[in-house]
Design a protein around this ligand. Structure first.
Ligand code: PMP
Length: 359
């Protein structure tokens, strides 16, 4: 037997990892690359974290994160038994893939979507098929009608920001009662009221919604996310979680998450500002010759009529403005730009106006 054949490396679970957006250190930049909230979380969050003492850190946290679960349930108008908390929605999504996509049949998701889905599928050896979005980057519902092992898509979609109407979601659910359908609502709080599929939960026991406090509640640094679904789904998720790591939520995250969920006023105010800036920025970008998708999230997805996205990405970067560029088929001429403060967007537009003149 050759050395190569007997190597431990043959037994490694190999996977091509997800690439997170960069978190630059050092000199100040205008950071519009990871869809963070440009405003800080509620002051109540900082108070909650400051209230931690030696006693609360000496002990293990509450494995059920009950205080956090209750505050999420209350804010969403559901029973605590319908809520599953996790370390950001990435943790909740990973646990959901592991738990619900075990049939061996291919799961379905769009070709242009959150680029973590294929990574988890590969990691957990879940077969998958990616369904092409139409030229306007919309989901084609009938693509999701054939037999499958489960469905997952974000709404609004990422990185496009395109929102799928509830009626279309209902159509997909009606044709998929035998598999779990996961809707990743990471950005739903930036969409018009009533866009969430939460109203469909009572009708569909197989529907799981996944949300995050990273975006609309400005808590990306704390890592808090959650799933909403029928108590049966939540029980299965908890079984998988307790088979993996019982203390997923740390004491600080439980307190901070609870405080963020309880400050509805702060939440509505910051969302209002971001949506206003988003709509104004759409207009200004169009005036500069960009095609701007009608994003209902906290980012814009844009392509310029004459200047390649890759060139713009690099030019912006050299001027300390960081946006996201995906070198992938169909979207490699687009930029994803997180909606920042008005001042940050002014700086972006100023730079682009100058850079694009005569182009
Ligand atoms: N879903 C989508 C569509 C996202 O864009 C993100 C952010 N990268 C996440 C989930 C994960 O966010 P978090 O883990 O911070 O909750």
């Amino acid at each position: 037997m050759s050395l190569a054949e007997s190597s431990w490396e043959n037994n490694v679970r190999r996977v091509i990892p997800y690439t997170p957006g960069e978190q630059p250190k050092g000199k100040p930049v205008i950071k519009l690359n990871t869809n963070e909230n440009p405003y800080p979380p509620s002051p109540r969050v900082l108070e909650a974290i400051a209230s931690l003492d030696g006693e609360s850190l000496r002990r293990y946290p509450d494995p059920t994160a009950e205080d956090l679960v209750r505050s999420i349930a209350k804010e969403c108008g559901l029973d605590p038994g319908s809520v599953f908390p996790g370390v950001g929605s990435d943790d909740v999504l990973a646990m959901s893939f592991l738990t619900f996509f075990a049939s061996g049949r291919p799961i379905l998701f769009p070709d242009i979507t959150y680029s973590f889905y294929d990574v988890w599928a590969d990691l957990f050896r879940i077969p998958y098929e990616q369904k092409k979005l139409d030229p306007e980057f919309r989901i084609i519902p009938r693509d999701y009608f054939p037999e499958n092992g489960g469905i997952v898509f974000p709404n609004p979609n990422a990185p496009t920001g395109v929102l799928l109407p509830l009626e279309t979601i209902r159509q997909i659910l009606e044709r998929n009662r035998d598999v779990v359908v996961i809707i990743d609502e990471a950005y739903i709080d930036f969409a018009p009221a009533g866009s969430s599929a939460q109203s469909l939960l009572p009708e569909f026991e197989n529907l799981l919604l996944v949300r995050t406090l990273s975006k609309s509640r400005a808590l990306a640094g704390m890592r808090v996310g959650y799933a909403l679904g029928a108590p049966k789904l939540i029980r299965y998720l908890n079984d998988a979680k307790y088979a993996f790591n019982s203390y997923t939520m740390n004491a600080a995250a439980i307190r901070a998450g609870r405080a963020a969920m309880e400050d509805g006023e702060w939440f509505r105010e910051t969302i209002g500002k971001i949506v206003k800036t988003r709509e104004a920025s759409k207009e200004r970008m169009r005036e500069l010759g960009f095609r701007v998708l009608d994003s209902q999230s906290n980012f814009l997805f844009v392509t310029h009529r004459s200047v390649p996205a890759r060139e713009l990405f690099q030019a912006l970067r050299q001027n300390q403005i960081i946006v996201r560029y995906f070198d992938r088929p169909r979207i490699d001429n687009y930029l994803r730009i997180t909606v920042g403060t008005d001042e940050e967007m002014d700086a972006l537009i100023r730079f682009l106006t100058d850079y694009l003149k005569d182009r």
